[in-house]
Structure formats: C-alpha cells, structure tokens
Design a protein around this ligand. Structure first.
Ligand SMILES: Nc1ncnc2c1ncn2[C@@H]1O[C@H](COP(=O)(O)OP(=O)(O)OP(=O)(O)O)[C@@H](O)[C@H]1O
Length: 260
C-alpha cells in the first residue's frame, strides 16, 4: 500500500503552513516525520487523512487520489491515530476499540464473534485487556493512547498514519508500542519527536521545517549534527550505537549550559 504526496501546499488564515511537500511511503515501509513544534507535521498528516484538504497538490493511496476515493474505502485501507482525540461520550474501552471494525461492516450489522475476538486480541497486544469494561474518559493519558492504538490495530488497515503515537507514554510503553507497530509489517507514516526512537524504528525519515521537507533518507543519512542543529537549534553528537547499529544522538546544549 503506497502512500504518496506531491507538491502539497496549504495556507491557513493567510499563513502558508505547508509548502510544496513531497513524500513517498512505499509498501510496508516505516517512515518517520520529524520536525520542531509548529513545523507542520500534524497539518500535513491531516491533509493525508482528509481532515484538511490541501490548496494545491495530490495525495494518493495505491496510486489513487485519496480525495476521490469513497470514505469507507479509505477507512478500510488507512487507520489513523490522531494527536488529540476528543472522545467525550461515555464509551467503554471495548466499544472504542470495536469502532475500528466499523469500516468493515454494513450499516446496522452487529458485531460478530470474530470482531469480539479481534478486539480482545488487540487490547491484549497493547496491555489493556484488564481495562475493557472501563469508561474511556476515566483513563490516564497513556492508557487512552494505548486504547486508540488498539482501535487502529482492530481496523486491520494496511496503512497506519500516526501523529506522535507515543505521546503520554512512559519509556517502557514507548518502546513496546513502537515494537508492536514495527512488527505489524504495515505501511506506516508517523510523526515523532524523539529522534533516538525514530533512529531505531524508522526505515526512512522526512524532516520538516517551516512547512517544507528539508531532508529525507535513512536515519543514518539524515540524523547528522549539522542538520539537527539547523532544524532544532541544538548541538549534539551522533554516533552509531554498537548494539543497535543505528545513529544514537546525545544532545549537548542543555547539559553544557547547566554545567557552566
Ligand atoms: N486551524 C488553524 N488555523 C491557523 N493556523 C493553524 C491551524 N492549524 C495549525 N495552524 C498553525 O500551523 C502551524 C503548523 O501546525 P502543526 O500542528 O501542523 O505543527 P506540528 O509540526 O504538528 O507541531 P507540534 O510538534 O507542536 O505538534 C502552526 O504554526 C499552527 O499554529
């Protein structure tokens, strides 16, 4: 399931937010979108999952214009984990995850035994099986995040689009969720903030600055000290970690300032 965006530009309130953005996520690739706060990552992902139509450009799923495909067809192919998901009604965790099955059903079709089994299985996968009957609104930020990831997994889409999926999670949970996502062998496009996590799990990265893609390539190609300084404004050292064989970044600015 290829995902491609070509020349995507978007202006909001007269401010150019996205400028000529191009990406290609190949079948079963795990691709990270990195960039500072406000650089346009969420807006770009929203244009991919059809919440914000770009003014210019073309977004395609398996070479078909995503804005011309029927919404249910897109939902069967693409699951989304948004940065903030405002679920205010009193749904149980089980009901939220079951919502992932909607695109596969016709209207008024009731849940099957297979749906129930899949929901139980995905809840267990994210370690939330004991929370199935709890009200979603009573969960902690990290617990909610796991449930929303379970809902995306229950959707069984070939493409996953995630906006900071490990937001709110402690370090053990961050690594666990990234490992689960990696093992799915789906096509994945995910915004991330942690450069070291991106280096370990992503096949390729796109770096966004002020609404433009300023670099792309493998983590080893992209995560260079000069680029990190140019984009994020921090000094760092990058080495290849002997156990992961991936770039490992040590940030220096804050440490040096505190010591001096
Ligand atoms: N509806 C909107 N109206 C006006 N400006 C907007 C709107 N949505 C987003 N923006 C602006 O677009 C820019 C990009 O925002 P976006 O949320 O895409 O950034 P981001 O890279 O995802 O940031 P973060 O890492 O903080 O989540 C920001 O300056 C933001 O204030």
């Amino acid at each position: 399931m290829n995902l491609a965006a070509k020349n995507v530009s978007l202006t909001l309130n007269d401010n150019p937010i996205l400028n000529n953005m191009d990406i290609l996520v190949r079948n079963q690739e795990f691709v990270g979108l990195l960039g500072p706060n406000g650089s346009g990552k969420s807006t770009f992902l929203k244009s991919i999952y059809r919440t914000m139509k770009p003014d210019v450009g073309w977004i395609s799923l398996a070479n078909q214009d995503i804005y011309k495909l029927p919404p249910r067809k897109v939902a069967r192919q693409m699951a989304v984990v948004r940065q903030e998901s405002a679920i205010e009604f009193d749904f149980s965790v089980r009901e939220i995850v079951m919502m992932g099955r909607f695109p596969h059903k016709s209207a008024f079709q009731s849940d099957t035994k297979q749906d129930e089994e899949l929901v139980n299985e995905t809840l267990a996968r994210v370690g939330m099986q004991d929370f199935a009957e709890r009200s979603f609104t009573t969960l902690s930020g990290g617990e909610k995040q796991r449930v929303l990831i379970a809902r995306a997994l229950a959707q069984q889409a070939k493409l996953l689009v995630l906006d900071e999926p490990t937001n709110h999670l402690d370090i053990h949970s961050q690594l666990q969720i990234m490992a689960i996502l990696k093992k799915l062998r789906c096509t994945v496009l995910t915004a991330l903030h942690d450069l070291n996590i991106a280096a370990v799990y992503c096949d390729r990265l796109y770096i966004v600055k002020s609404g433009e893609i300023v670099a792309s390539g493998t983590p080893a190609e992209v995560l260079q000290p000069q680029l990190i300084n140019d984009v994020f404004g921090v000094d760092c050292e990058v080495s290849i970690h002997p156990r992961t064989a991936k770039p490992h970044i040590v940030f220096l600015s804050a440490i040096e300032k505190e010591i001096s």
